[in-house]
Structures are given as C-alpha cells and as structure tokens.
Design a protein around this ligand. Structure first.
Ligand code: UD1
Length: 418
C-alpha cells in the first residue's frame, strides 16, 4: 500500500494549479443517468472516487470513455438498465447514494447496497428517504440495501431538518422530471449543488434558486445530453492555502473561484495569513506572525468540515490556544491522535479540539484515517522537523489529484513509496 514520505522544513514557492471539484463531479456523473443520452464532462479530476462512480455507472450498463490526457469523460447512459449496481463498488464510498435520485427518476425504481466511505460518523440516510418519499416513492431499507418504487413521481414540498448536501442533490435529481413543482426548503447551499443545478439546467431541467436555501424545480418531460465543465475544487484550494500558512511560505494558486473560498479565506485572514485575489488566482502569504483562532464548522457559507483537519494541523503550529468545534460529523477528530505523534498538543473535549500551539512539529510515522485527515497529516509533515511517513494514502487519493506531484512542483521534499 502506498505511503507518502515528507522531509519537512522547506519553504514552498512558485505556482500550483487546482483541479475541478470532486464534490461537483460525483453528482454530475450520477446525473448523467437521467437523460439516456451522451454527456461530455470536461476538466474531470482523475481521482479514485471519480473512477468508482464511473465504474458504478458501467456496472448498470453505461458506456464511458475516459480521456486521461484531456481530463475528459464521455458518458452514454442510453443502455443503462434498471438493475442493482455492483455492491462491492457501492460500498467503497458514500457518494454512491447519488445514483438513487436519478435511477428513481428515470426508472421509477432502484435497489442499492448501503454505501461506505470515510469513517467520520454514522452518516444516516433519513433525509434522502424523507425527500424521495415526499415525491411519491415507497422506500424499503432492508438488511444491507435500500430499495424504492414509484409508479409516478409528483412534485412536492420538502423541508430538510438539516441542510444535507447529498439529500439536497438526490431530491433535485429525482424531481427534475417529476410531475409539477417541487420546493426544497432548508436546502444545502454548497457551491457544488449550484454546479449540479447548472449542469442539469444545461440538459433542459428547470431548476431555480440554486445556491440558496430554497430550491424550486419545475418537472420537465425529458432531458438531453450536454457538455459541461465543473467548478474548481475549493477544498483542494483551501488545503494549498494552508500549505502556504503551515510552511510560512508565499506562493500562487491558479484556477480558483474566489467567491466560493470566502468562508475559508475569512478564517485564514483572521489567523494573519495574507490572501490576495488576482483574477482566477490567489497569492497566499503565510510568512507572517500568525494568530491563534477559534473555528466552528458549519454548512456553507460556514467554515467547511472538509477543511477542519487541515486547519487543526495549522493551528498546532500557531502560538496560543485555539478551539476547533466540529458540528457536522460526530467522529471527525481521528487525525488528532496522529498529530499528537508529531508532538501536537491537542485535547479532544466532546465535539471540540483544544489546541495549544507549539513552536515545531516533529516528523513521525502516522496514518491517514480518512481523506482530509490524510491531507492534513501531509501538511503537518511539510512543516515538521525531520521525516514524516503518512500511510494508508489511498484515502488521500480519493480526493486529491497527484498531491505529491503538486507539492514537489512547489519545492517540497516529498515522495510516494509503494
Ligand atoms: C457531502 C460531501 C462531503 C462533506 C459533506 C458535508 C460529497 C460527495 N461529499 O457529504 O465531502 O464533508 O457533504 O459538507 O459532496 N445526515 C443525516 N441524514 C441524512 C443525510 C445526512 O443525518 O439523511 C447528516 C450526516 O450524518 C452528517 C450531516 O448530515 O452529520 C452532513 O451530511 P451531508 O451534508 O449529507 O454530507 P454528504 O452529502 O454525505
């Protein structure tokens, strides 16, 4: 199994290019099921999770052409059948659930194994079920699988008790060809949901209010194929911003959308990092006196839970006491035990981590416990004295394109060891 070895302490410099958003591309690929036609998706990040969702679509009959040189994927869903996708693939990631809405909309039925994914909490599916049931589906959660039937989907009002990203996406995709109007209230507002909405509208859907907490969908009769380019990955960009901060370096990050980064930039600026937008790029200067801060994860436009482990790593190196509160997932501090191996002073108190900054982390053998935790440990390794070995790197490969290559281009002493 691959490991990443980092010899820390180097300043980073130069430029790095951000890939498209994994969390946009996954629902967009699932959404291709809806039209029974051909879609061309450009700028696709060639990541493990993307390959898994593509393989899931192939397992039910889609024809997919992946061009890794042009980062382009052509998906033809004409021959998709109403059958159960490969359960071994579905178990690999939670986002497999994103095919529920499209399958239900196109076939009036789906049967899918209960998916896996990062081990960061219980991650129930009650909100997905609530939304799909409101549109008329009869849903049965059996031992290890979930199955739904609907003779006809009819638009409805759905109020989400919590703005779940996946549930919002599934309900939108189920509703696009339902009869009449669907209104989702307390919908999640993440930019990737707006991106999915724009993709579906480019296929002929009629979705309004995307990117707000009230989404209105007027059902249409059919959808057609389209060509689409997803937005850039704000979490990958945030991870590189923290790389600049944790190594007290200055470099340029290209291919970013400043608007979507505001919740991350607000906290980094509060911590003393200088961030300057320049068109589709940002210059990040972390070579400053940094300040300890408190951070609380929240649904968008709050600070993203997917950046929590990375900012925790940074605050381990900033003098003073920082408190990081995780409100989205109940088990998302597994990286703390690994950071402690590197000398970090972190105490977990319920949903909060109390971090006492130290002057220098020390290289150690650590394990990526989930996708973002793995990225955070690489960041800590870049700042640490000596050598850090991050094992179970397959977690990181689910969400970052060539992470060690991108850091190498910035001057880091980093390599992958198989
Ligand atoms: C998506 C992202 C993930 C991110 C998360 C929160 C994708 C592919 N993944 O995951 O990277 O960390 O949003 O921003 O886009 N919940 C329920 N019932 C449900 C659904 C969710 O209680 O039916 C709870 C979850 O357990 C969790 C919280 O809601 O505590 C947030 O989950 P959700 O927004 O659904 O996250 P995902 O869509 O799984």
């Amino acid at each position: 199994m691959s490991k990443i070895v980092v010899r820390g302490g180097r300043k980073l410099h130069g430029e790095v290019q951000i890939s498209s958003a994994k969390n946009s591309v996954l629902p967009i690929i699932a959404g291709c099921i809806l039209n029974g036609d051909k879609c061309v998706i450009n700028n696709v990040p060639m990541l493990e999770d993307v390959f898994v969702i593509i393989d899931i679509l192939k397992s039910i009959g889609a024809k997919v052409d992946i061009n890794k040189i042009e980062n382009k994927v052509i998906i033809d869903t004409e021959d998709i059948k109403d059958c159960m996708p490969d359960s071994e693939l579905v178990k690999k990631m939670r986002a497999s659930f994103l095919i529920m809405g499209p399958m239900l909309c196109r076939f009036g039925h789906f049967k899918i194994s209960l998916p896996g994914g990062c081990n960061i909490g219980t991650r129930p599916i009650d909100l997905h079920i609530k939304g799909l049931s409101a549109l008329g589906a009869k849903i049965n959660v059996g031992y290890g699988y979930v199955e739904a039937f609907a003779k006809k989907l009819v638009g409805s009002n759905v109020y989400l008790d919590f703005p779940s990203v996946g549930a919002t996406e599934n309900i939108i995709m189920a509703a696009v060809m339902a009869e009449g109007e669907t209104i989702i209230e307390n919908a999640a507002e993440e930019p990737e949901i707006a991106d999915l909405g724009r993709f579906l509208n480019s296929m002929g859907a009629n979705i309004m209010g995307i990117g707000t907490d009230t989404i209105r969908i007027i059902g249409v009769k059919s959808l057609k194929g389209t060509t689409y380019k997803p937005i850039s990955d704000r979490i990958e960009c945030g991870t590189f911003m923290i790389a600049a901060a944790i190594t007290r370096s200055k470099f340029k990050i290209n291919g970013v959308n400043f608007e979507y980064l505001k919740p991350i930039i607000a906290k980094l600026t509060e911590a003393g990092i200088y961030i300057e937008p320049k068109g589709n790029s940002v210059i990040v200067d972390g070579n400053r006196e940094l300040r300890h801060i408190d951070v609380k994860t929240m649904p968008y436009p709050g600070f993203p839970t997917d950046m929590q482990s990375q900012i925790t790593g940074l605050l381990c190196t900033v003098k003073g006491t920082s408190i990081i509160t995780e409100t989205i997932f109940e088990n998302r501090f597994m990286h703390a035990a690994e950071m402690k191996r590197m000398g970090a002073n972190i105490k977990i108190d319920g949903r909060s981590a109390v971090v006492e900054g130290i002057s220098k982390l020390t290289g150690a053998k650590v394990r990526a416990t989930d996708l973002r935790a793995g990225a955070a440990l690489i960041l800590c390794g870049l700042a640490a004295e000596g050598e850090t070995e991050v094992s179970d790197i397959y977690h990181v490969d689910r969400g970052y394109v060539n992470i060690e290559e991108k850091f190498k281009l910035l001057g880091a002493d980093i390599e992958r060891v198989n």
